[in-house]
Design a binder for this molecule. Structure first.
Ligand code: NAD
Ligand code: UGA
Length: 463
């Protein structure tokens, strides 16, 4: 089947950038991204491309090139489903907050809604592609729903997980390490796989397009995230041991990373990983393993999360202890709120948890993040339901300038590794702070010697 019309359900961090790049690279394919969230769609359609809802380096240029030509954003879900030969499902799959599997399993209600809507609307054969990250064997459930519509339409379900990282989404999409496509081993399944391979082949070399069965593809996505997160928890576990022994975690990471079997990437010790996916996907993996009675497997992976929670908590405890065991009424400046640099996404950011711990100790949090608003930071805190909205609003304030955020502060905590933090006039910041002036560098971003030369009491992670 030659694909000329694609629909993507879900205009989020994955659907938006992924479809923008497909549209850019395949001008002959009409790509329509739909979402229930009218506000989000309106933002994608904003005349000024700088106002699109997701901040990603290079994204607004790609959108500007393709939007209105062969890339469309719309709330008309039924129409887009009806017209498309290939439908990506790219909706959110958060951790369940209720019922069986609460706090562990992936909530598939949005996925099921999509499947039901496709089943209802489709009048001709469709290829349905799982782009969202899903528990292994979800394709079976989707197929069951689609095959019971009774209108004779044939569906092929493919798994095509996304491996982009936020902050580098466009680069990752343009030059992926691999594209993974899982499908049925039947002739129809293989034809569907080929149709999707042909789309990616417009810009991805054939050697990087990997095809597998559906279950391998679904499980590979959870496995990839588990392995990546496990590296961070492993190096973070060593950071605590480094602090006790006089070893320096940066030196240890460098030393082990030069072993080509280990590799140097993803060994940066930090205040703990955040983001919408690592935690949710590992919890999901743990839940799946438990549901098959594989308790050792479940416990093994759960430890990655336990270590990460410990690392976040350890950071806030360290701040309180160092500030003479009290931060009550002390201003603590947070440089960064996003879960990593170059994104406006704050989901599961370590900053949220560190702020929550410090507010429990009655600290005043002053936030500066180049891409995150005060409203967003407060909404993140409110989501934890530790205290009332009013109480949070009294304890946290955002500033438009890092110098204002740090003025009068007892301590600075670096929570995100934004490049601009390295370029500040640190002498000026020091002059405006309470003394002794502390810096807790949760990203090992700043230079200890330079900070100490100015007069800061500097503490990094793992050194
Ligand atoms: P997101 O929350 O940013 O976007 C999901 C969008 O889907 C929302 O705008 C929501 O309104 C919309 N939606 C939900 N149900 C809908 C429905 N029935 N009809 C129409 N629209 C609907 O989520 P995201 O970060 O883009 O993640 C999507 C999926 O991709 C998740 O499964 C995630 O695990 C996976 N993933 C995310 C990343 C990432 O970096 N964020 C990377 C790889 C994979
Ligand atoms: C991650 C994966 O890298 C992507 O491949 C995957 O597609 C995506 O999850 C997903 O499934 O959602 P993302 O969460 O966007 O991407 O960003 P990462 O670069 O992986 O960073 C995640 C967190 O780990 C951030 O808080 C980051 O600061 C932290 N991190 C990363 C470290 O603390 N140390 C490192 O060495 C690397």
């Amino acid at each position: 089947m030659k694909i000329t019309k694609i629909c993507c359900i879900g205009a989020g961090y994955v659907g938006g950038p992924t479809m923008a790049v497909i549209a850019q690279k395949c001008p002959h394919i009409q790509v329509t991204v739909v979402d229930l969230n009218a506000e989000r769609i309106a933002a994608w359609n904003d005349e000024n491309v700088d106002n699109i809802p997701i901040y990603e380096p290079g994204l607004s240029a790609v959108v500007a090139e393709a939007r209105g030509r062969n890339l469309f954003f719309s709330t008309e879900v039924d129409k887009a489903i009806d017209e498309a030969q290939l439908i990506f499902i790219s909706v959110n799959t958060p951790t369940k907050t209720y019922g069986k599997g609460k706090g562990m399993a992936a909530d598939l209600k949005y996925i099921e809604l999509c499947a039901r809507q496709i089943a209802q609307v489709a009048k001709d054969n469709k290829i349905v592609v799982e782009k969202s990250t899903l528990p292994v064997r979800t394709a079976e459930a989707i197929k069951n729903i689609l095959d019971h519509t009774g209108n004779g339409v044939q569906f092929q379900i493919l798994s095509n997980p996304e491996f982009l990282a936020e902050g580098t989404a466009v680069e990752d999409l343009l030059h992926p390490d691999r594209i993974l496509i899982g499908g049925d081993t039947t002739l129809e399944g293989q034809e569907a796989i080929q149709a999707l391979v042909d789309v990616y082949a417009h810009w991805v070399p054939a050697s990087k397009i990997l095809t597998t069965n559906v279950w391998s593809s679904e499980l590979s996505k959870l496995t990839a995230n588990a392995f990546l997160a496990q590296r961070i928890s492993s190096i973070n576990a060593m950071s605590e041991l480094c602090e006790k022994t006089g070893a320096d975690v940066n030196e240890v990471a460098r030393a082990i990373g030069m072993d080509s079997r280990i590799g140097s990437k993803f060994l940066k010790s930090s205040v703990g990983f955040g983001g919408s996916c690592f935690q949710k996907d590992i919890l999901n993996l743990v839940y799946i393993a438990k549901s098959y009675g594989l308790n050792e497997v479940a416990d093994y992976w759960e430890q990655v999360i336990i270590m990460n929670d410990h690392q976040k908590r350890r950071f806030s405890t360290q701040i309180v202890q160092t500030l003479y065991n009290t931060v009550a009424a002390k201003k603590i400046a947070f440089l960064g709120w996003a879960f990593k640099k170059d994104t406006n996404d704050t989901r599961e950011s370590a900053a949220i948890y560190v702020a929550n711990d410090l507010i429990n100790e009655q600290a005043q949090i002053a936030v500066y993040d180049p891409k995150v608003s005060q409203a967003k930071a407060l909404a993140d805190l409110d989501y934890l339901e530790t205290r009332s909205k009013e109480a949070n609003a009294k304890q946290l304030q955002s500033f438009a300038s890092p110098y204002d955020a740090c003025h009068g502060a007892h301590a600075i905590a670096v929570l995100t590794e934004w490049d601009e933090f390295k370029t500040y006039d640190w002498q000026k910041i020091y002059d405006g702070m309470q003394k002794p002036a502390f810096v807790f560098d949760g990203r090992n971003l700043l230079h200890r010697a330079e900070m100490e030369a100015i007069g800061f009491v500097y503490q990094g992670i793992g050194a």
